[in-house]
Design a protein around this ligand. Sequence first.
Ligand code: SF4
Length: 433
Amino acid sequence: MISSDNQTTVSFYTLGCRLNQSETASIEQSFAKDGFRIVDFKQPADVVIINTCTVTENGDADTRRLVNKVNRINPAARIALIGCQAQVQKSKLTELPNVAWVVGNQRKMDIAEIVAQLPQPAEPTVIAPTITRDPFTIPTASIDSRHTRANIKIQDGCDFFCSFCEIPYARGRARSRVFDDILTEARALTAAGHQELVITGINVGTYQYQGYGFMDVIDALEQIDELKRIRISSIEPTTIPFALFERMSKTSKLCRHLHIPLQSGDDAVLAAMKRKYTTREFLDFIQHVEDTVDEVCIGTDVIVGFPGESETQFQATEDFLREAPVDYFHVFSYSRRYLAKSQDMAGEQTPPIIQERSRRLRELGQRKRRMFHESLVATDQLVLFEQLKNGRLTGITDNYVRVAVDETEALCNHFRAVNLQSIEGDVIFGKIK
Ligand code: SF4
């Protein structure tokens, strides 16, 4: 379908992580630049781009579900499946109805050009070459007018090969973005009004480009006047320079928020996962962060039901998370991945056991988050407001707390000091000072 203004229409759907969201935002800009008209995913479109995820079986199943949905509501659309699942399961994806392009991670940022050059392929076009290790640039900024925060990708891929993880295959080996290219995008994003940038990548702490490391990226971003906040999306525990939280404790644009994946609170499970630290090392590290950075928010990821995880080992994880200074956690059920080493390990847990362990950790996670929120009641925090809905304005603090105030003035994308007063579910209610 060509729109009334004769432009080819294109819509987008992103599955998976923040990095995928960041990439979709840049890809949207490249389609707009090439003369396509962007429409909402629910509207009819000539081309539908689905940025896929393969981190769990659910991520894989979501692609199939979405393709079926597109075919139901938008049967004339040609579908492009791009990204991680396209990289590792290309043949399987070409069998889905109306899929015209399957493009893996090496070429997915060129999808606008690919669609323009080959708009009506007779057969599904598969472009999923091996991913190179070269440093990369991104020609379009991930400007996202629907959100106040914008993501900025600085790195891709991973060399760690944790045994449960397919990422080194789906996203390739670790590589870094050209240093100046990061700054060019950061300036474009702040010029477009984004005052908070979230540094994204697969293993951002391993950033290395011509002698520049992760702290150099932070230093350079701090110099951009219009940029008020720098948040780090997730960082591997063994890659965090101590200078990072020394910096957080002083006047800095760095948010007092670290998301550091733990994955298990049992040393034998960590070793089987091929993680690079013991529980003691992890604990000493986050305790140091907690002692150094006032009101810091520490989040983590944890996997339940890893092959061979006994009840005692799970209990060790639960105990660890209860006692450690961790303020929230994301709980993932173990999911066997085709290319990951753990797929051949014995001792797979049954779904009821995995569900029960997830439930226990989720409940604990809610209690820990509430404890963190309680510790902040009666304090003043600077909030970047994001949304005004039904007379209620909501936004986020640098230490990752969602705050609501009764306010009718449109203060979206403005900072205000708020006195935090009471907890309402996952939100702290407060009053603008
Ligand atoms: S650090 Fe481990 S879990 Fe994270 S992307 Fe690399 S291999 Fe996967």
